[in-house]
Design a protein around this ligand. Sequence first.
Ligand code: GLY
Length: 372
Amino acid sequence: MTDTVRVALAERSYDIHVGEGLLPRAGALIAPILHRPRVAVITDETVAAHHLDSLREGLAVQGIAMEALALPPGEATKGWPEFTRTVEWLLDQKVERRDVVVALGGGVIGDLAGFAAAVLRRGVRFVQVPTSLLAQVDSSVGGKTGINTRHGKNLVGAFHQPSLVLCDTGILDTLPPRDFLAGYGEVVKYGLLGDAAFFDWLEAHGPALAHGDRAARIRAVRRSCEMKAEIVARDETEQGDRALLNLGHTFCHALEAATGYSDRLLHGEGVAIGCLLAFELSARLGLCSQEDPSRLAAHLRQMGTKVTLADIPGDLPDADGLLELMAQDKKVMDGKLRFILARGIGQAFVTSDVPSDTVRAVLTDALRARNG
Ligand code: GLY
């Protein structure tokens, strides 16, 4: 069974296919957008070991040849040295203006390969084949591409929409459980920001999904992609509504900076904790009832992922230190932090009107609970 979600962006519209066994069918799915039967694949060494042969065979069924570059796995790859290497390699492969680059990997590979495609010969098309849950429900869709610099994450990049996204949910079986659950932080975000019925469904089916329920995985990835597609179609370059996708991210980015972007806290874990803090903040501001953050905390606990600051090992700065890290977030506008708050589950909105004393109070309480 394959579901298809359309991202409606006029001449840059594209399909997201969601289902099992898409890699073996990659040739048939990609062939319609090719001008000649060859593609250049960017991947990482870990993903290549698991999935590159399957992609190669899937393409070969349609007579499509491929060359592949496997980069080292990990966030450190997403910088200038590996980016330069990738662009030069694509030119070595004589990738032409009408050719297609395939990004086979998680968020690091998708962002880097997408950015390489955006600038190569002033822009070639690319296909996202996301292999992590986080990449399937978030980073592969919507056209944000880029790399990190010494000044921070994702500070250099381009909006460059893929021509096709293949979310093979069977691939998720090869993910370590912690990575899968981290990706779940982004799934739950969609229910929280705009679809209370989806959140209800996740409460009922989340544990089965984590334990490998295939139909539940397809449904969760499809609903997440549908919601992202709707938001991106409304606001491709984040002038307004797209910022809703950053629910939990202002807190998350401060916590990631505080933990040195290390495996003390994976991005999706920070999103889950950040969503809970955003709901705590919303409740404290009288926007939603205290029942909403309590319900979210109970669901995250049920899933076995990180829930609060107490779940982050090692030292953390105090509330003022965290506020300072938040102030460096790239979502600061005219010196004001933008928050995504909620009037209830499924009812998020964007605001810059949040008193920093209230944010400090939420952080102080969260740190106090952590320190017992
Ligand atoms: N990951 C947030 C966005 O694509 O806008």
